[in-house]
Design a protein around this ligand. Structure first.
Ligand SMILES: Nc1nc2c([nH]c(=O)n2[C@H]2C[C@H](O)[C@@H](COP(=O)(O)OP(=O)(O)OP(=O)(O)O)O2)c(=O)[nH]1
Length: 130
């Protein structure tokens, strides 16, 4: 059987030398750290999906910047294709509507949380860009 492809967008919200990470509050990956975002819905561009997801999850309006990378990762039950963009805050205070915790991380602290497996390669790249 063909493995299911899950197409996701994620925002690396940056403020100077810090990036914003969130901890999942429910589901299969509960307690893992990630970049906020979610699944692209049909008819949406990745940028539109990201603006919608961040509004829903964090009650914040973002400006979507450049694509950092498209991460491909094989989880046991699906293949993840994750479009990761730089983002900045336009309006709002990053209120956690779904996540259980959040942190601003720097180059020095970026490895201090337990990232989801698919994010590890990306984290090494971001570390160099901070
Ligand atoms: N948002 C996000 N998801 C990630 C990251 N790394 C990673 O493996 N994932 C995986 C976990 C999930 O299987 C999937 C994202 O789906 P989701 O459950 O957040 O999406 P959603 O909000 O649209 O989903 P749903 O609960 O409404 O079904 O991508 C990451 O850094 N950010």
């Amino acid at each position: 059987m063909e493995r299911k492809i899950v197409e996701v967008v994620a925002a690396v919200i940056r403020d100077q030398d810090k990036i914003f990470a969130t901890q999942r509050g429910y589901g299969e990956f509960k307690d893992g750290w990630e970049f906020p975002g979610g699944k692209i819905e049909s008819g949406e561009t990745p940028q539109q999906a990201l603006i919608r997801e961040i509004q829903e999850e964090l009650d914040t309006e973002i400006e979507v910047g450049k694509l950092i990378d498209i991460v491909e990762y094989d989880y046991p039950t699906f293949h993840l294709k994750m479009h990761c963009f730089w983002a900045g805050i336009k309006k709002g205070d990053l209120i956690l509507k779904e996540h259980e915790a959040s942190k601003w991380l720097t180059k020095e602290t970026i490895h201090s949380v337990e990232w989801l497996p698919a994010d590890l390669g990306l984290i090494d790249r971001i570390e160099e860009l901070l």
